[in-house]
Design a binder for this molecule. Sequence first.
Ligand SMILES: NC(=O)c1ccc[n+]([C@@H]2O[C@H](COP(=O)([O-])OP(=O)(O)OC[C@H]3O[C@@H](n4cnc5c(N)ncnc54)[C@H](O)[C@@H]3O)[C@@H](O)[C@H]2O)c1
Ligand SMILES: O=C(O)CC[C@@H](O)C(=O)O
Length: 391
Amino acid sequence: MFKVQTLNNISVLGLERLPRDRFEVASEIANPDAILVRSADMHKLDIPASVKAIGRAGAGTNNIPIAAMSKRGVPVFNAPGANANAVKELVLASLLLAARNIPASLDFVKKLDGDDKAMHEAVEAGKKKFVGFELPGRTLGVIGLGAIGVKVANAALELGMTVWGYDPAMTVQNAWQLNSGVRQALSVDDLVSKSQFISVHVPLLDATRGLINADRLKLMKKQGVILNFARDAIVDEKAVIEALDEGRLHAYACDFPSNALKGHPRVIATPHLGASTGEAEDNCAVMVADQIREFLELGTIRNSVNFPEAQMPLLPGTTRLCIVNENVPNMVGQISTALAKRGLNIADLLNKSRGGLAYTIVDVDSGETDAAAKEIAAIPGVLAIRVIAAR
Ligand SMILES: NC(=O)c1ccc[n+]([C@@H]2O[C@H](COP(=O)([O-])OP(=O)(O)OC[C@H]3O[C@@H](n4cnc5c(N)ncnc54)[C@H](O)[C@@H]3O)[C@@H](O)[C@H]2O)c1
Ligand SMILES: O=C(O)CC[C@@H](O)C(=O)O
């Protein structure tokens, strides 16, 4: 029986992918084999030694101590693209809210009083304060052309906007999805200086912290709009407020409210709602639960942010060893020597690496697998090992 701990509410559809005869799932559980999480901050958490995998039911993994997990040989999985449409729709809604001054106009309507005639007169007199602008011909710059950025860029083109994109590490799969009408910016500065609207869709990393800062805001076209549905620290909030107050920026739409932003007349803040649709919550939970199940039952790695992809069908009648080690020479040699010493025949083997980590799946015919696993675990550089018996 595998034990899975949930640190946030995970959609029932996802949890149902873990059959109860093989998986015990609870928010409080001792010695879990795996953790399912959404946005809970795991950096200060004492993650039990029993944990063999972490599944993020979403895209961003900045709430998970990935480097520490890599050192322990623990894969971290996420759900790439599973909530991208939900975020795209909220970005588009916010683009329109900003262009048509809708939040301020709704406040104005809420404060109207008097009889209907008085109200009608106030509406006709007051509406000039909320004159907006239309999107065709306006320029949007999209920083980060991943699952979300590509969808936002394509949708903005459909709305008649001129769209520039920048992503130095775009994947081939995402490039296939991008409308060829999206123009390629040469750098962040190049994109910023061309754009009136800017939408950021990058992960929060050291390299993206403060990506939109005071200097870049000065490069933007006048009356610009910044859309931040990625992570708070990607945009320098203080610099944005200054630009709003000086009238250089028209609006800041973001999914990460703070005291400084709250109540600002030109800030449109939503409470981290990007992925909050039933569809996105289901998609993320199903995807990540399937990945965690396949890892625990078969050692398969799909959509990990720190491990290489690794899939090998389990040969009937064999026992599987899954070994995580530092990516250094002669590890496979030492592993096969330990197996040969006990007369264990290798029926199938897969060895993959990513950065400093290597992962080996080896299926062996019957024999002293536990003893061999113990010996392999003691090889310097081996970080984790599991033995999975064929069912
Ligand atoms: N508001 C929400 O609820 C919500 C929901 C989903 C995702 N997000 C955030 O959005 C981010 C992006 O999500 P995604 O699904 O598109 O991820 P993704 O991994 O598909 O795309 C991220 C893209 O950013 C690019 N990138 C990385 N560093 C860059 C840089 N310095 N400049 C330009 N491009 C860079 C990568 O090459 C990649 O193509 C997530 O990491 C997460 O933080 C927020
Ligand atoms: O789980 C959520 O609601 C937010 C998820 C989002 O921030 C993500 O990075 O996928």
